[in-house]
Ligand binder design. Structure first.
Ligand code: NAD
Length: 260
């Protein structure tokens, strides 16, 4: 179980969970491709890895843009030699009650979470098959891959959809050594969640403290946020797991919010 000599591409790696996954896998010896909309911030993460003796590359990529995904992944493979691990992590959150949810926002959510996962999978798996070495594909799901919450219809739909994509990829990829799994975090205090606290307070007519205590962390075993390190450790474990024994699964990392 080693990431030495592996190349891992992480989407949405300029911030939050994706950044932590990139840094963790770099620590464990992988070369890292930071793929994000935000090239300047991606380059900063790449520079941080290079400064600590690792190998990293930043690529500008909108995961909903087919041409950009294929160009970014092909260029990463040309420069670093392979792609062995894909962490499909880029994501956003848009909340509103269903009766007010804009159709344009619904389409945007499904495009980033589902089209992005499909396109990055397709572009990566072709290289994984061609190399003959297989690989690991990890989707960033959520407790919302298994549970619903108010105001999050598009997010819950997209995150449930990732379970289906993961299982299909696990079945098709298995014979060629490609494993696929979903990591499902509870609430992690990243910019994505910081933005939701005041929005939910306004929509639900409660205070920000009540959003944290009574909405976000209500069902955890200890009232604690999940950390980016909790998620990154799980991703690195799956990335380094070498056999098909662990494929088509979802692992919930949520302080017991959801148990299955
Ligand atoms: P974040 O806002 O800190 O980071 C998201 C990153 O994705 C940003 O760098 C952003 O530029 C990038 N991104 C957005 N749209 C993109 C696109 N079209 N193409 C490429 N990059 C794009 O958010 P985060 O909390 O680290 O979230 C990362 C993932 O984890 C998301 O899929 C999110 O749904 C999931 N998640 C987060 C939490 C949480 O509580 N924070 C919980 C469960 C799941």
């Amino acid at each position: 179980m080693s990431l030495k000599d592996k190349v891992a591409l992480v989407t949405g790696a300029a911030s939050g969970i994706g950044k932590a996954c990139a840094l963790k896998m770099a620590e464990q010896g992988a070369s890292i491709v930071i793929a994000d909309l935000n090239l300047e911030k991606s380059q900063e993460v790449a520079n941080q890895i290079i400064a600590s003796g690792g190998r990293a590359l930043a690529v500008a990529m909108d995961v909903t843009d087919e041409a950009a995904v294929f160009a970014g992944i092909d260029s990463a493979v040309a420069q670093l030699g392979s792609i062995d691990v894909l962490v499909s992590n880029a994501g956003v959150q848009i909340i509103a009650p269903i009766e007010d949810f804009k159709f344009s926002d619904w389409k945007k959510m499904l495009a980033i979470h589902l089209d992005g996962a499909f396109l990055t999978t397709q572009a990566s798996i072709r290289h994984m098959y061609k190399s003959g070495r297989g690989g690991a594909i990890i989707y960033m799901g959520s407790v919302h891959s298994h549970e619903a919450s108010k105001l999050k219809s598009a997010y819950v739909t997209a995150k449930h959809g990732l379970l289906g994509l993961c299982r299909a990829v696990a079945k098709e990829g298995g014979p060629k050594g490609v494993r696929a799994n979903v990591v499902c975090p509870g609430f992690v205090r990243t910019p994505l969640v910081e933005a939701q606290i005041p929005e939910q307070a306004a929509s639900l007519h409660i205070t920000e403290e009540q959003v944290i205590k009574n909405v976000m962390l209500k069902d955890t075993v200890d009232g604690e946020f999940t950390t980016v390190d909790d998620v990154a450790n799980t991703v690195a474990f799956l990335a380094g797991f070498e056999t098909n024994a662990l494929t088509g699964q979802s692992i919930i990392v949520s302080h017991g919010w959801h148990m299955q």
